[in-house]
Design a protein around this ligand. Structure first.
Ligand code: FAD
Length: 343
C-alpha cells in the first residue's frame, strides 16, 4: 500500500490525505477522506509510503492495511523518507535494518516547513529538508560556514545533491557523512520534533553508538541551529574517497580557525570524520594550535595529535597502518585550506 501525492492508495481505492505541522507536531490528516477510483500499486513492492505522519496523533480510520495505530510505525516497521538516496538503496539491497519495514513516510510534503536556510544575528538555521545543492548554493552558508557548503558540494553527484537532504545525511547515522564533520566542528545543535513535542540538543549528543542515533519513538529531525563562528574565522574541509567523483568518504575532516590581529590562532576547531565511534572534535589538537601562528609544521603536529587520539580511543587495528598517515594528511589539508595555505 502506498500513501503518496496526497492520496492514500490501497490497490482498489484511493483517498485524499494531507500532511501538516500543527501545534508543533507533524500530523497526517486522513479523516476527511473521499474515495476515488482505484489505482494500481506499482512502485513500492508492497511497502506503504505515507506522506509524513510520524507521531502518536496519526490515525487512520479507513481501510489502510494493517496500519491501525501509530505503534505500527515504530521499531523499524516504518521510517521517514526525504530524498530517498540512502534508504531506497538500502531497501533495494535488503539491508537488515529494514527487514520489518512496512511503511515509508514521505516527508517531502513538509517542504514549505522544513526546507530553508536562514540566519539572524547570532545563528544559522538549516531546515532538515534543505538539500546538499541548497546548502552549496546558499549565500548564508558561503558567508558563515563555508566548510559546510564545500562538504555538501562533494556529496555524490549533482543528482544525489539535488535530492539528498541534510536531515537524511544525519538521519542515516552514517559516520562517513560529508556534512557531519563541519556540523560537529561548528557545535551545531539539532532540533527534534516528536509526539512529545520539541527538544534541542548538541548534534554530537544525538549519537549513541556506531550508526546509532538517540532519536525517540516517532521523532524527526526538524532543524540544525548553528551559532555563527567568531569574527575573523576561516574554515576548511578535506576528504579522502576511493575515487575523485561519486565517492563516499573513507576519511574526512572539517577545521575552523579564528585569528587575532597579529595573525595568531585564538580558537581552533577540528572534527575528523569516520575515525571515532561517534563524531567529535579533538581538543588536544585544537589546544596545540591556540596561540600559535599557522605553519606547515604546526598543522602536521595537529594531524599527529589527531591520529594519537584516534589510536587511544579505538586501539591499534589492521587498518591503523593505512589510517594513521591518512588521518594526519587529511587534518593537515583541512587546516591548510582554512588558513589559505597551499596544500
Ligand atoms: C551514489 C551515491 C553517492 C553518495 N555519495 C555521498 C557522498 O559523497 N557523501 C555523503 O555524505 N553521502 C553520500 N551519499 C549518501 C546520501 O546521498 C546522503 O546521506 C543524503 O544526504 C541522504 O539524504 P536523503 O534525504 O536522501 O535521505 P533518505 O534516504 O531519505 O533517508 C536516510 C535516512 O535518514 C532518515 N531520515 C531522513 N530524513 C529524516 C529526518 N528529517 N529526521 C529523521 N530521520 C530522517 C530516513 O528514515 C533514513 O533512515 C551517497 C549516496 C549515493 C546513493
Amino acid at each position: 500500500m502506498i500513501i503518496k501525492g496526497g492520496k492514500i492508495v490501497t490497490g482498489t481505492e484511493s483517498y485524499i490525505a494531507d500532511i501538516k505541522i500543527e501545534d508543533g507536531i507533524i500530523k497526517c490528516i486522513g479523516d476527511e477522506l473521499s474515495a476515488l477510483p482505484g489505482e494500481e500499486i506499482t512502485d513500492a513492492k508492497g511497502l506503504l509510503v505515507l506522506p509524513g505522519a510520524i507521531d502518536a496523533h496519526t490515525h487512520f480510520d479507513m481501510p489502510c492495511g494493517d496500519i491501525k495505530t501509530s505503534d505500527d510505525f515504530y521499531y523499524g516497521t516504518r521510517a521517514a523518507v526525504a530524498g530517498g538516496t540512502d534508504i531506497m538503496v538500502q531497501i533495494h539491497e535488503k539491508d537488515r535494518r529494514w527487514k520489518n519495514l512496512k511503511c515509508l513516510l514521505d516527508i517531502t510534503y513538509l517542504d514549505r516547513e522544513l526546507r530553508y536556510i536562514t540566519e539572524d544575528e547570532e545563528n544559522i538555521y538549516i531546515g532538515s529538508l534543505a538539500t546538499h545543492t541548497d546548502i552549496e548554493n546558499s549565500a548564508v552558508i558561503k558567508e558563515n560556514l563555508l566548510f559546510l557548503g564545500v562538504a555538501s558540494s562533494t556529496v555524490g553527484s549533482p543528482q544525489i545533491r539535488n535530492r539528498g537532504t541534510i536531515g537524511g545525511s544525519i538521519g542515516n547515522a552514517f559516520p562517513a557523512s560529508d556534512p557531519l564533520p563541519a556540523l560537529i566542528a561548528a557545535d551545531a545543535r539539532v532540533r527534534l520534533l516528536g509526539p512529545e513535542g520539541e527538544r534541542e540538543l548538541l548534534l554530537k549528543e544525538l549519537y549513541e553508538g556506531k550508526g546509532k542515533l538517540g532519536l525517540k519513538r516517532g521523532e524527526l529531525i526538524r532543524e540544525f541551529r548553528i551559532k555563527k563562528l567568531p569574527e575573523g574565522s576561516v574554515t576548511g574541509f578535506s576528504k579522502l574517497g576511493m575515487r575523485k567523483a561519486l565517492a563516499i568518504s573513507r576519511l574526512n575532516c572539517a577545521a575552523a580557525l579564528t585569528f587575532d590581529k597579529e595573525g595568531r590562532i585564538t580558537e581552533a576547531r577540528i572534527s575528523p570524520g569516520c575515525i571515532f565511534i561517534t563524531p567529535d572534535r579533538v581538543e588536544r589538537a585544537e589546544k596545540l594550535l591556540t596561540g600559535e601562528k599557522p605553519s606547515e609544521e604546526l598543522f602536521e603536529a595537529a594531524g599527529r595529535a589527531v591520529s594519537e587520539v584516534m589510536i587511544e580511543r579505538t586501539g591499534i587495528r589492521w587498518s591503523t597502518e593505512y589510517k594513521k598517515p591518512a588521518v594526519e594528511e587529511i587534518v593537515f589539508r583541512a587546516l591548510c585550506t582554512a588558513a589559505g595555505m597551499e596544500v
